[in-house]
Ligand binder design. Structure first.
Ligand code: ADP
Length: 483
């Protein structure tokens, strides 16, 4: 099948979170199944500054987008580990900025251009997609565009669209005037009229209304977002479209995240020979200047420090844990000031036990997953979550809140039966987290049980090869063969 895949993040070109991983791994997995996948993303400043091989594919074109005239050219790169072409929309006026996402007044225009450019590039190349696969709000206008402003072009006659929701907490909601500013004034009647009457428009809602199918990144999250508690105002629309809403768990990239051949680890290891794990811990503690304390568990956190991730519970639970138990903690992440201040303060107060690495570092993320004994991920909500799966295959049992993809991948450890792969608390409160932390530290002391628990995680299969067939089945359902 021919697939046009639009994403605001594709690793290694630009990544701020899990979307970047999926934006690379899913196209790669589809291509490995023989599909013709073309990926379109913005050419941010960091893409140009990165060490990527880029070539000019399409010379500049100018689009009238509402009152703006936007010029862009198209560069081409190849997705590492595949032959998948990545088309980079180079428009310095919109993308030559320090960050991928901004609070700037033209954020709607920045991503509207991605939608326009994706379809225009397909036209330039004569690429007739069977599937237009959009991801999150940033590409939520494309399904509508394909059905309206591009409908005259027979290239898109057979095109069916899929919108994947990676996080419903970000909807791309702008003042209603944005409909004209993004160049869709002529099809303003297609937008949700009550929303417009309330003075706003939403990229995500538009995508939900016009995509032929909607997916989200875990079965539990697919159910949760249909409830008022988790739907962030869109649950009613999702219930109305539940016949075409599917939960497909994300996979992990087993080339990138595999402890046996991870180039970031000084000591590779595997379920069959986990001995390297302890050496990685030694190496990390040395690098961090923390004392080597055999028998004392090291907790790891690698995360965006955002409200979603649930670290508010740590304000109470972690100081209590450090009072009662002998543990060490390493935190890698950046984000909201209050969480940065909390972990910074904890590290200052407990210099022999806690390190806070306030940055984004791919090599450290890998080393922390490998070196820690336990991984902490108390998310309030979690559409899928990748880090808990990484930590499972790296022999680092995760401590998680039972929500979204965490509920689908982490099973509570039961020392009586030897079943389970981590520590799960049901209620999002400090008591729940404290209980789970206590249970985890206790389990760590039981050497035999611990080895079993760790082994259960390391032997799980979370690769894309199983997941990709679910997307393939969906694509096929949407595109009946022509007679
Ligand atoms: P989300 O997409 O909500 O951020 P996920 O668990 O799905 O959460 O994916 C997070 C991804 O971002 C993982 O690949 C994780 O390793 C990475 N990540 C998050 N914070 C950092 C950081 N500070 N340094 C390196 N990688 C990070």
């Amino acid at each position: 099948m021919k697939i046009l895949f639009l994403s605001s993040e594709v690793a290694p070109f630009a990544k701020t979170g899990g979307l970047g991983d999926v934006g690379a791994a899913l196209p790669r997995a589809l291509a490995a199944r023989g599909h013709d996948v073309r990926v379109v993303m913005p050419c941010y400043r960091r893409v140009l500054e990165g060490n990527h091989r880029l070539r000019l594919l399409i010379p500049p074109m100018t689009l009238a987008v509402g009152p703006a005239r936007l010029s862009f050219d198209t560069l081409e790169a190849t997705l590492p580990g595949s032959d998948v072409p990545v088309y980079l929309v180079r428009c310095p006026r919109l993308y030559d900025r320090p960050n991928v996402y901004t609070q700037d007044g033209d954020e709607h225009l920045r991503f509207a251009l991605l939608n326009w450019a994706g379809l225009r590039i397909a036209q330039q190349l004569g690429f007739a997609p069977d599937i237009l696969h959009a991801n999150d709000w940033q590409t939520g206008l494309a399904p509508l565009m394909a059905k309206t402003v591009f409908a005259w072009d027979r290239l898109f006659e057979r095109t069916r669209s899929v919108l994947t929701i990676h996080n419903i907490g970000h909807q791309g909601t702008f003042p209603a005037s944005a409909v004209h500013e993004v160049g869709l004034g002529i099809t303003a009647e297609s937008f949700h009229q009550e929303e417009l009457a309330r003075g706003r428009m939403s990229f995500m809602l538009t995508g939900l209304l016009y995509a032929n199918a909607i997916t989200t990144v875990s079965p539990t999250y697919a159910r949760e977002i249909q409830t008022p508690e988790h739907g962030v105002g869109l649950d009613g629309y999702l219930r109305a479209r539940r016949d075409v809403l599917f939960g497909i768990l994300n996979g992990i990239d087993e080339d990138e995240w595999n402890p046996a051949k991870d180039r970031h680890l000084p000591h590779p290891f595997s379920a069959d020979d986990p001995s390297g794990k302890a050496k990685n811990k030694e190496a990390l503690l040395r690098e961090l200047g923390l004392p080597q304390r055999p028998g004392v568990p090291l907790l790891g956190i690698v995360s965006r420090l955002a409200w979603q991730k649930g670290f508010d519970l740590c304000f109470e639970a972690l100081p209590a844990l450090f009072m009662q138990r002998d543990v060490q903690l390493v935190v890698l992440g950046s984000g909201e000031p209050k969480y940065e201040a909390f972990f910074g303060e904890l590290a200052r107060r407990l210099p022999n036990r806690v390190r806070f690495l306030n940055r984004f570092s791919e090599p450290l993320a890998h080393l922390i997953e490998a070196a820690s004994d336990l991984f902490l991920m108390p998310s309030r909500y979690e559409p899928c979550g990748l880090n808990q799966m990484y930590s499972l295959v790296y022999g680092t049992p995760p401590i998680v809140h039972r929500t979204g993809g965490l509920a689908d991948t982490v099973r509570r450890w039961n020392p009586m039966t030897g079943q389970g792969n981590g520590f799960v608390f049901d209620h999002f409160d400090a008591r729940g987290l404290k209980w789970a932390l206590g249970a985890a530290v206790d389990a760590y002391r039981q050497r035999r049980g611990w080895n079993r628990l760790r082994d259960n995680g390391m032997r799980s299969r979370f690769g894309w090869s199983e997941r990709v067939v679910e997307y393939e089945d969906l694509y096929r359902k949407l595109c009946p063969p022509t007679a």
